[in-house]
Every structure is written in C-alpha cells, then in structure tokens.
Design a protein around this ligand. Structure first.
Ligand SMILES: [Cu+2]
Length: 249
C-alpha cells in the first residue's frame, strides 16, 4: 500500500465519518427547535402542564437550538454569523436584566435560572464571536458547561420517576447542548470538520470562532464534502495540502 493510497483512505474516512456525526447532532438540535416552537405556540397546553407561561424563554431557547444547527451544519440555513453574534449578545443582556429586575418577581422563576441562561446565551455568542482565546477561556467554559450538563443529567434522572414529554424534552435539549458545548471547547477542530479540512490544520488556530457560516468564511473547494471523491483520482499531488499549512489557505 503506497503513501498516496493511505492518504486517500484517510481522506475518505474523514468525510465519511465526521459529516454524518455533525449532521446527526444538527438534526437533534433541529428537533429541539421544533420542540420549542411547539411550546411557543401551544400556550394553553403549556399553561395546563406547567401552570405558567414564559414565552420569552421559549423564544430564546428556540434561538439556541437554531444557533446550534447553524454552528454544526452551517449550510442548512445559511444564516450569517453576524446575526447570531447580535442575537446572542442581546440574549445575554436580556437575561442579565431579567435577573435583576422583573425576573425576580416571577413566582416560578429563580434568579440563578436567569444567570444560568445569561451564561448559556453568552456561551452561544462566544461560539460565533470568540474574541479572545486561551487555556483560561477553555477551562472556564468547559467547567460551566460541565456544571450545566450535570444539573440537567440529574433532572433527566428525575424525569424517569414522573415522566412527561415536555420536561423530558427541555432537559434532554439542555443536556445535549451542554455536552456538545463542552466537547466543542475541548475539541474545537472536531466540530469545525464540516467546514474545514481538519487534517489541513493540525494546530487549529484557537482564535478562530468554532461556528462560522460558509458566507463569512469561504472554504477551499477541496473541503466540500460532495466534491471530495472526484478530486481524489489524480497522481497524489492533490493531497499536498494535508501536510503543508502554507498551501492550506
Ligand atoms: Cu434553559
């Protein structure tokens, strides 16, 4: 087996394995968006089950779900990064204001819920903006998402005692989001695989946002999933970019 062939197999493997993984995750969050859409519109049902209505919660949770889809499968909707940067900045501010004002007088609410959601919005904003980077950022966000995920793992466990699809839906949505976010912080390159040729950037530039739409970050033709097999037929020079960072961009 020659070197070129091995590289070819590696190439095929990347496109065969990473693409469905990210798409499946995106599909999950798309379901989450549908779920929060349902919650938003079925006000009577929600009031009956929960005993209260909080439509801004449904809006912002839905935004998080669509934002996750945009991050994992940027071509599905083609929403610009700038949109999410603005939306999640507003969301962060929204929950901070809420935490200190009217959120405190909502009988079903707790102040720490609003802080947790402000941090959730901030985490989403970070995915699309990533103004600075470094080990401290990684550790802080990973710690936050691990705490967030653990809390919802506990709630999922409790869901089995008194099952209801509404509470299960919100708990699984939060839990999976926390797990994916924590993994994104630790393995950013894995989650950029859909848009970038992973092996072309072994030392991923940490200052680059993990979530970038195709519009704001045009990718080289060799990185598109559908075009890949056709380019693998020549004598082997097509793969030079794998080991040569200078040729990658
Ligand atoms: Cu929430």
């Amino acid at each position: 087996m020659n070197h070129d062939h091995m590289e070819h197999m590696q190439h095929m493997h990347e496109h065969g394995a990473s693409f469905p993984f990210l798409s499946l995750l995106a599909g999950f969050f798309l379901l989450g968006a549908v779920y929060y859409g349902f919650r938003f519109f079925n006000t009577k049902y929600l009031t009956k089950v929960n005993g209260y209505l909080d439509r801004e919660n449904e809006v912002w949770h839905g935004a998080c779900m669509v934002g996750m889809v945009s991050c994992l499968a940027p071509t599905w909707f083609g929403i610009a990064d700038l949109f999410w940067q603005i939306a999640f900045a507003v969301g962060t501010a929204w929950y901070l204001v809420r935490a200190f004002t009217y959120g405190r007088s909502l009988p079903y609410n707790k102040q720490w819920y609003d802080f947790a959601h402000a941090a959730m919005m901030f985490g989403m904003w970070w995915m699309f903006a990533a103004p600075v980077s470094g080990i401290v950022v990684t550790v802080v966000f990973t710690a936050y998402w691990t705490w967030f995920g653990s809390y919802y793992a506990m709630r999922l466990y409790n869901d089995f005692k008194k099952p209801h699809w509404l509470s299960f839906g919100q708990d699984i949505a939060h839990f999976v989001m926390a797990v994916v976010m924590a993994l994104m912080m630790v393995f950013p390159a894995t989650f950029m695989g859909h848009q970038h040729n992973m092996s072309a950037m072994p030392a991923h530039d940490m200052s680059e946002p993990i979530c970038t739409s195709p519009a704001s970050a045009p990718v080289p033709a060799t990185s598109t999933d559908s075009a890949a097999p056709a380019q693998d037929t020549s004598a082997g020079h097509v793969h030079e970019h794998h080991g040569a960072p200078a040729a990658a961009k």
